[in-house]
Design a protein around this ligand. Sequence first.
Ligand code: ZN
Length: 366
Amino acid sequence: MNRWSIALFRLFGIRLEVHATFLLLLTLAGYDGWRADGAAGAAWEVVFVGLMFGCVVLHELGHALAALRYGIRASRILLLPIGGMAQFDSLPRQPGRELVIALAGPAVNYLLIGLIVAGFGWPPALGDVGLPTRMAEIPHALLLINLMMGVFNLLPAFPMDGGRVLRALLALRFGHARATRWAARSGQVIALVCGSGAIYASVFLGYNLWMVAALFAFIGYGAEMEYRLVRNENFYAGLAVGDVTRSDFLAFHPDTTVAAALEALRRTVPQDLLLISSNGPVGIVTRARIAAAIRAGCEHEPLAQHATHDFLELQAEGALGTAARDIVRRSQQLFPVYSFGRLIGVCDTRHLEESVRLLRLRPPGR
Ligand SMILES: [Zn+2]
């Protein structure tokens, strides 16, 4: 993800980054304005999108500064075309703290609304507020944006702030894992109902709500990811990478031919291969790559030509939950495992859940 984001500057020690696709949004907005009203139209659209995302940054800063009160530092605030995201290394399990951090974002929007109303009054007709074309129209356009952000973010649906509020409230009674499951399901039901409604209105009633439908699809997906994250944390709690490290694995010298590897692979369970030179592991050859090499008639080529050299290594002593978080983000399925600088085996994610279930069969205390 880092490759696609551009660092802008630091605010309160927090790095502000924009995703490359955000520039695409600015270009599209500019083009849209230019088609409607030439250069002036383009300028207004770009200024407006800029202001809109200024509000998003302030909203995220609200979360980040509230977290800082508990000693939790956000590593960065990332701006995506769909909104902002403050990233934390770890979030509190205490429901009270989660509640405060979740509410701090929308609170900023309501604070901004209050300031605008104090300075410029409430707009005579909220429905008439649209894209500003004069300076005087900016305050009320900003008011509308903040109102939409404030209301939308409080929907009780993960990964919106309202979903976190709901989880924190449920967690006061039912514990973190169950609260997360319910809050995630609530988010998915809301996403399904509202998303279907938006699609229906777009197809049959002549509204253009495709963006809204896409947003709800994103919410449904985000809810599932959040649920899995918490489920994994509990699932892997108390285990180390070494507990699920396999000592039987297939390793070859990089010069070994594809045909020789296939011969060895035929006599054991299907698995990815480790390439080891005198300096230790240098690459991984997936089963898919071997199959592709054979289909392409490359049987006599060395394995090194079909290997991935960019791979992650794990430490046996590391917590499995933490490693799992890195694992799920990668397409890699075979991970060399080290203990004090020595290769002791591999962790194969295809069998990870099964291994953990077996480990859990042991009576506690052994
Ligand atoms: Zn928020």
